[in-house]
Design a protein around this ligand. Structure first.
Ligand SMILES: [Fe+2]
Ligand SMILES: [Fe+2]
Length: 489
């Protein structure tokens, strides 16, 4: 079978020839009911009060091919019946390892014994984030601002579920018994659980409201994108191909985030203009219009951005150095970087905290790969902000959404536990804490947002705090019934 067609004849859609590998097929079929059990325990819930919500029909896309154009088809699907599958991007003929000490050697089709532990760790960490975000977002359906948004949420959720499948396939196919055990563990950890938490900090935080959801998909899914881009360069070809296809899906998650925040900003400035309010800090009046004030959006942005920066790990890391040197994990856009792709003897500028100020220090490039990926990430974040700020300035309002300084509110790496303002100014702990309410969301903000978030389930209607999208999705208009509740049709 050609690698670009997906086999739907087995229980698990795939383009990896599962039908010819009975042992693997059986292992995955054994894992499937446990996955479904996890989905019903921890997946979307409570978005329809009076009917079994698992019966709702959602207008979802399913991957039917891995070719660049036309890889997905849209249809009504009940989420538990979603065809989660194992899909790898087509192989690149004659692909060689693009970096590290094995640069130029043929890409590995099996895991080299010497790097097994490293690969396993990276695959498990990536895999762990996928179900974690589904768990974090499970209650959002009950406050969805429209059917359009509810559908987008569920699309993100089922695809994160599929990303778990993608990592579990690698574990079960290439890591034997250890891999099978890790696959089980991935279903056992729970976001925010004190006894069995997910592996990374940001994936144990709540996503309590839709502004958080959009900022999460904009900022935290984008960290996912950067990690997947780096793993897509890997010398281990099945990992590379898996990640390349995941990136095709990931783009939609960031679209949901970027347009979601944009629509909120749009609605706010529109309401301010209509009410003749110029001052973005006239909080009470703005909130009485049923929209979210811009300073609150900024405080939430500060929170999500700083939390996500922690996911890149310590700026200097010997683990990251050996992962690169061995050909396990590359850099963002590795193949288009103009250097020797081995980095032995070269340096990279890293911002450090030295004697109460920030200084740029040249460090060995191999050790600075986390810092470099984070720098690429920060740059990648800028596009959305430019658009959001354009909505604000076009409405004639004097306010700017800005990324906080990289040292603001950090818990991991060089800047952990410093007291730095979003502008990058050093403060003592007491002063920083006394100003905290202007940097990060406070209890009042939480209460306001909670009250604001009310579910809207009339097709084509939107909550007061968010503008409708410019167009619908999956070939349908904005007013399409993206979620069909059983008994109402
Ligand atoms: Fe994902
Ligand atoms: Fe994602």
């Amino acid at each position: 079978m050609a690698a670009d067609t997906v086999d739907y004849s087995t229980l698990i859609p795939n383009n990896v020839g599962l039908a010819d590998d009975q042992k693997l097929l059986r292992a995955l079929e054994k894992w499937y009911p446990k996955y479904l059990e996890w989905w019903s325990d921890m997946g979307p819930t409570g978005f329809i009060a009076e009917t079994p919500f698992q019966e709702a029909e959602i207008w979802l896309r399913t991957a039917v091919s891995v070719e660049k154009g036309g890889w997905a088809k849209f249809d009504y699907v009940k989420m538990p019946e979603y065809r989660w599958g194992i899909l790898l991007a087509p192989p690149e003929e004659g692909r060689t390892i693009p970096f590290g000490e094995h640069k130029g050697e043929p890409a590995w089709q099996e895991v080299p014994g010497a790097y097994r532990a490293m690969f396993r760790r990276l695959i498990v960490i990536q895999g762990d984030t996928e179900p974690a975000s589904v768990e974090q977002q499970r209650f959002l359906g009950s406050t969805a601002p429209s059917f359009y948004d509810m559908r987008n949420l569920f699309q993100v959720n089922v695809e994160e579920g599929r990303h778990l499948w993608a990592m579990v396939y690698l574990l079960q196919r290439y890591f034997g018994r250890d891999g099978r055990e890790e696959a089980e563990e991935l279903l056992r950890r729970r976001s925010g659980d004190p006894d069995r938490p997910r592996m990374l900090g940001a994936f144990n935080e709540e996503t309590p409201d839709w502004l958080s959801f959009f900022l999460f998909t904009y900022f935290t899914d984008r960290d996912g994108k950067m990690q997947l881009e780096a793993l897509a360069q890997s010398g281990f070809d099945p990992l590379s191909r898996t990640c390349r296809f995941m990136l095709a899906e990931e783009a939609h998650h960031m679209f949901v985030g970027a347009t979601g925040v944009g629509r909120i900003v749009n609605r706010t400035v529109e309401a301010m203009r209509d009410a003749g309010i110029d001052d973005p800090h006239d909080t009470e009046r703005i909130r009485s219009l049923g929209v979210i004030d811009l300073p609150l959006i900024l405080r939430k942005l500060n929170f999500h951005f700083s939390l996500t920066l922690d996911l890149f790990g310590a700026e200097e890391s010997t683990n990251a150095a050996s992962a690169f040197h061995s050909g396990v994990k590359g850099r963002y856009h590795e193949t288009s970087i103009d250097d020797d792709h081995q980095l032995v003897g070269s340096t990279y500028p890293v911002t450090k905290h030295v004697e109460g100020e920030f200084r740029t220090v040249e460090v060995p490039a191999l050790n600075a790969l986390n810092a470099r990926l984070r720098d690429d990430y920060v740059e990648d974040c800028a596009g959305g902000l430019r658009r959001w700020n354009r909505y604000i300035s076009e409405a004639g309002i004097d306010f700017e959404l800005r990324l906080p300084h990289i040292a603001f509110h950090r818990e991991v790496g060089e800047f952990a536990s410093l007291h730095v303002t979003p502008e990058g100014e050093f403060l003592d702990a007491a002063t920083w804490n006394s100003r905290r309410a202007s940097y990060l969301p406070v209890e009042d903000d939480k209460i306001f947002i909670e009250e604001l978030m009310q579910q809207v389930t009339t097709p084509g209607e939107f909550a007061s705090w968010i503008a409708p999208p410019k167009k619908g999705i999956g070939g349908k208009p904005v007013e399409f019934e993206y979620v069909q509740i059983p008994g109402t049709v």
